[in-house]
Every structure is written in C-alpha cells, then in structure tokens.
Ligand binder design. Structure first.
Ligand SMILES: NC(=O)c1ccc[n+]([C@@H]2O[C@H](COP(=O)([O-])OP(=O)(O)OC[C@H]3O[C@@H](n4cnc5c(N)ncnc54)[C@H](O)[C@@H]3O)[C@@H](O)[C@H]2O)c1
Length: 262
C-alpha cells in the first residue's frame, strides 16, 4: 500500500474525472478532491454557477450519454496528465411521477444519464487503467438502488439498481487488472435535486423517518467517496457504501410513550 503523509493530501497527484460536477454532491466532491491534492477534471452539461476564480478544477462540458464526448475527454486527459486514476460517475437525473403518467422520453433520459453514462465512462476509461494495472471507479447510486424503492420513482430506482449491477459485475471483471469498483448509496442529501421534490429539509427528514433526524450534506457524501478513492481503501472493491444517516437500516419512529421495551 502506497503511503502518503497526511500533509500531502489523501489523493495527492491522482488524476480524477468526476461527472455532474457543477452543483450538489459532484461540486462538493470535486472541491474536496482538489483540496486533497488531486488533479480534477469536472464534467457537466453546464459550467458551475458559483465557481471560484482560478479554480483548480478543470471544467469539461459534456453529456455523459455521448460516447464521442467520452472519447474526446479521455484523449484530452491522457494528453494533459498521462493517466487517469479515478473515475467518479456522479451525474444523475430524477423525475417523479406515477407510473401510469410517466412519459417514455423521461424514462429513457433517466437511463441515459444514470446508466448509459457510467457504462460509457467505465468502458472508455478502463482501457488506460488496465494498461496501468491500477485504477478506481466509484459509481454514485442511491438508497433507492440498494434495498428500497420509492413510490413515483420506479424509473429512477430501476436505474440506480442497474448501477449496483454494473458495479458488482465490473468489480469482478476488473479486479485482475488492479482496478477497484465500488458504489456509494446516498440517502436524502441537501442538493438542488432533493429540493426539486418539494418540502423543507426538516420535513423531508421527518417524512422519511431518517434515524439521524436530518438530511445529509453534500460534503458528507464527498468524504465517503474520498475514502474509497484513497489508498486507505486499497482492499475495498465491490462494496456498496450507504451514506444515509441510518435511513436504510429501517425507518426510525419513536416508540409510543405507553409501549414498553421488553
Ligand atoms: N440528492 C439526493 O438526495 C440524492 C440521493 C441519492 C442519490 N443521489 C445521486 O447523487 C448524484 C448527485 O446528485 P445531486 O443531488 O448532487 O444532483 P443535482 O441534480 O443537484 O446535480 C446533478 C449534476 O449532474 C449534471 N448532469 C445531469 N445530467 C447530465 C448529463 N447528461 N451529462 C453531464 N452532466 C449531467 C447536472 O447538470 C448537475 O450539475 C446523482 O447521481 C443522484 O442520482 C442524490
């Protein structure tokens, strides 16, 4: 295991591609990785709205469902940095509606962003990682892609379960090449995607019965992703890591006052 001193950064010198980097969890993750010494290329449809001037994060405009875009991105990264160490498939798309009203176009868009995107990203990046006999791929799924589904979210949930299947299979397929593949399963995290569903963060946490009593912050997911990408996780592959304040452990409801523990 390669040793890094705490001062040098937990992902110092690693070349990292992260999709969906312009807001929410992707933005927090890109910033955390850059602060820990990584050379970060952030991929998104739109540039970040409130990016720092002279940001250390390079922005690359791309639709993750575009195969030609991935080829261009990988050529660019290899020319500039000579290698790609970490791929984080974070870009996501979610629209809620009852199944009887769900437009097929939105179902296809959900799968294009959430499943085709990671598939193309891994397919394009893995060739160089195989050559280097080293690499790390992290797929951002969801609690809705691990042990639960949700009403009005069938297409989203199905796409996130597909991400788990990609992760498990590729962890096996790529292990002999020194490539680790893991998935992260956030619960309710305070980002534009969560707020688009309506309700205040406190109402959402209460409605979902989250044990921690609050929604999570983007930086809390970024910290888990950073651990998986670091050399500290050198023996972790095929894992599904929940970051959900205990939500998937079971819905938390206080006991009724007259109900005694036995
Ligand atoms: N927020 C939550 O509560 C929550 C919970 C579980 C899982 N997730 C997952 O975490 C990831 C990040 O979620 P978030 O809440 O930060 O989302 P968000 O909607 O706030 O941000 C997503 C980013 O992805 C980009 N994006 C969307 N489609 C793209 C495409 N085709 N190509 C390139 N970029 C594209 C958007 O422009 C945006 O910047 C997603 O995969 C999401 O499904 C979120």
């Amino acid at each position: 295991m390669k040793k890094t001193s705490p001062r040098s950064g937990r992902v110092a010198g690693k070349v990292v591609i992260i999709t969906g980097s312009s807001q929410g969890m992707g933005k927090a993750t890109a910033e955390l990785f850059a602060s820990e010494g990584a050379r970060v290329i952030g991929v998104d449809l739109n540039p970040p709205k409130s990016g720092r001037k002279n940001s250390p994060i390079e922005f690359f405009k791309m639709d993750v469902a575009d195969e030609a875009g991935w080829k261009k991105l990988v050529r660019h990264a290899l020319k500039k940095h000579g290698r790609i160490d970490v791929l984080i498939n974070n870009a996501g798309f979610s629209r809620r509606a009852p199944i009887i009203d769900y437009p097929i176009e939105l179902f296809r868009q959900t799968f294009d962003v959430n499943v085709v995107g990671p598939f193309l990203g891994i397919k394009t990046v893995a060739r160089g990682m195989i050559k280097n006999k080293s690499g790390c791929i992290i797929n951002i799924s969801s609690v809705f892609g691990l042990q639960a589904g949700g009403p009005n979210r069938a297409p989203y949930s199905a796409s996130k379960w597909a991400v788990l299947g990609l992760t498990k299979s590729l962890a096996l397929e790529l292990a002999p090449h020194g490539i680790r593949v893991n998935s992260v399963h956030p619960g309710a995290i305070l980002t534009p995607m969560l707020l688009a569903g309506g309700g205040t963060p406190a109402q959402i946490a209460q409605d979902l019965g989250i044990g921690a009593g609050r929604v999570g912050l983007p930086g809390e997911v970024a910290a888990a992703t950073l651990f998986l990408a670091s050399d500290e996780a050198s023996y972790i592959s095929g894992a599904a890591l929940t970051v959900d304040g205990g939500w998937s452990a079971g819905s938390y409801r206080p006991l009724r006052p007259n109900l005694k523990d036995s």
